[in-house]
Design a protein around this ligand. Structure first.
Ligand SMILES: NC(=O)C1=CN([C@@H]2O[C@H](COP(=O)(O)OP(=O)(O)OC[C@H]3O[C@@H](n4cnc5c(N)ncnc54)[C@H](OP(=O)(O)O)[C@@H]3O)[C@@H](O)[C@H]2O)C=CC1
Ligand SMILES: N[C@@H](CCC(=O)N[C@@H](CSC=O)C(=O)NCC(=O)O)C(=O)O
Ligand SMILES: [Zn+2]
Ligand SMILES: [Zn+2]
Length: 378
């Protein structure tokens, strides 16, 4: 048993003291897990656009000071009373969409959105209403129930899954959000069909994972859409058959470009940016009668989507997805196994590997369009 069990741990964490300011590397105190909770040592964490969106103050639920991060991989250090599904030493991935197996949502095959702890998660606290983090005498908020930008974090047992110990956590951490989300959006939410024509807006980790899912489903044409011309090559490596840069046709709406390229529009489109303008473009690029557009990008607080209702009257369908529709605890271990068998790309998403004291560089690279995913190691 580790000599830290039952005691507070002092460790390094990247703290967001306020919106729009770089993260600050601090020594924080992480209290022991209470009943139904698990404390883990975070080995590595990806940096997702949602972390940047929240740091920039765009999340209506955003709280400061906070420890961000939701794409982590770690090893269980200790468990609270009543925890049965993991034990110290287990390799685990934190899950911002939990799975309690008991709530109405978990019992329904129609959704993955377990609501057991959603209210407290949105308020930046553990299910008992308190935080496990303090720094300089101040309480810090948790983020998405995971807070992986800390060397140690505490999560609810239902927000954690055990994964194969031989899988490298500095890669499989990305299955905690971006890759699983995009891949599942194509396979679970849109249910892309063999031979279909697809278009994907925004070729970061999420968009590339959508392309990977469309390819897996047997799509015949997969159009990557991005304003960054550097994304064309990498998109083709993930399975895109075409690349369109809206900046190349400034006088033509992108929906018109896509409709002309596809004999009337796409069977499936995906928005992986978080812009309401591209959400509209993706919907309006769908084929009349049956095209399905799936929103994955998270738009800033106060933004609203719009289109002419006739777009829907004439058969286009607007959908959305969180965590790619995966029921998290049962699915993520299987995704890790698929990766280990070579059936799912993961390493290919890691464009940069950084140390924790370089974490702000991960945000800079993302904003400059230079990274796919930065993985930060502790
Ligand atoms: N629903 C869910 O469960 C989840 C949602 N998300 C959300 O998905 C979105 C994508 O996340 P992530 O892949 O990490 O983000 P990235 O920033 O890595 O990728 C976004 C991509 O979109 C490109 N882009 C920006 N504006 C446009 C535009 N107008 N037209 C075409 N391309 C554009 C960017 O180009 P450039 O390279 O030039 O910046 C970049 O390549 C975010 O909104 C994120 O919050 C993420 C995970 C889960
Ligand atoms: N807090 C925001 C919601 C942000 C959001 O949409 N989060 C996504 C995951 S984005 C991951 O990178 C999500 O799954 N949401 C499900 C949920 O229950 O929040 C807000 O207040 O709108
Ligand atoms: Zn994410
Ligand atoms: Zn549940």
């Amino acid at each position: 048993m580790a000599d830290t069990v039952g005691k507070p741990i002092e460790c390094r964490a990247a703290v967001a003291w306020e919106a729009k300011k770089p993260l600050s590397l601090e020594t924080v105190t992480v209290d022991p897990p209470k009943a139904g909770e698990v404390r883990l040592k975070v080995v590595a964490t990806g940096v997702c656009h949602t972390d940047a969106y929240t740091l920039d103050g765009f999340d209506p639920e955003g709280l400061f000071p906070v420890i961000l991060g939701h794409e982590g991989g770690g090893i269980v250090e200790s468990v609270g009373d009543g925890v049965t599904s993991v034990c110290p030493g287990d390799h685990v991935i934190p899950l911002y969409v939990p799975q309690c197996y008991e709530c109405k949502f978990c019992k329904s095959p129609k959704t993955n959105l377990c609501q057991k702890i959603r209210l407290t998660q949105g308020k930046g606290v553990m299910p008992d209403g308190t935080s496990r983090f303090t720094c300089k005498g101040k309480q810090l908020s948790h983020f998405m129930g995971t807070s992986t930008f800390s060397e140690y974090t505490v999560v609810a047992e239902i927000s954690l899954c055990k994964v194969a110990p031989e899988a490298p956590l500095d890669k499989t951490c990305l299955l905690g959000c971006g890759i699983s989300t995009g891949y599942g959006a194509a396979l679970n939410t849109a249910k892309v069909e063999p031979g279909s024509v697809c278009a994907v807006w925004g070729l970061g980790a999420v968009g590339l994972a959508v392309i990977m899912g469309c390819k897996k489903a047997g799509a015949s044409k997969i159009i990557g859409v991005d304003i960054n011309p550097d994304k064309a090559i990498i998109a083709s490596e993930f399975g895109a058959t075409d690349f369109v840069n809206p900046k190349d046709t400034p006088d033509k709406p992108i929906q018109q470009v896509i409709i002309e390229l596809t004999d009337g529009g796409c069977d499936f489109t995906f928005e992986c940016i978080g812009s309401v303008a591209t959400m509209r473009a993706a919907l309006e690029s769908c084929h009349k009668g049956w095209g399905v557009s799936t929103i994955i990008g998270v738009a800033a607080s106060g933004q609203e989507i719009s289109t002419k209702p006739f777009q829907l009257v004439t058969g286009r369908v607007w959908k959305g997805t969180a965590f790619g529709g995966w029921k998290s605890r049962e699915s993520v271990p299987k995704l890790v196994d698929s990766y280990m068998k070579g059936e799912l790309k993961v390493n290919e998403f890691v464009s940069h590997t950084l140390k924790i004291d370089e974490i702000n560089k991960a945000f800079d690279l993302m904003h400059a369009g230079e990274s796919i995913r930065s993985v930060v190691n502790f």
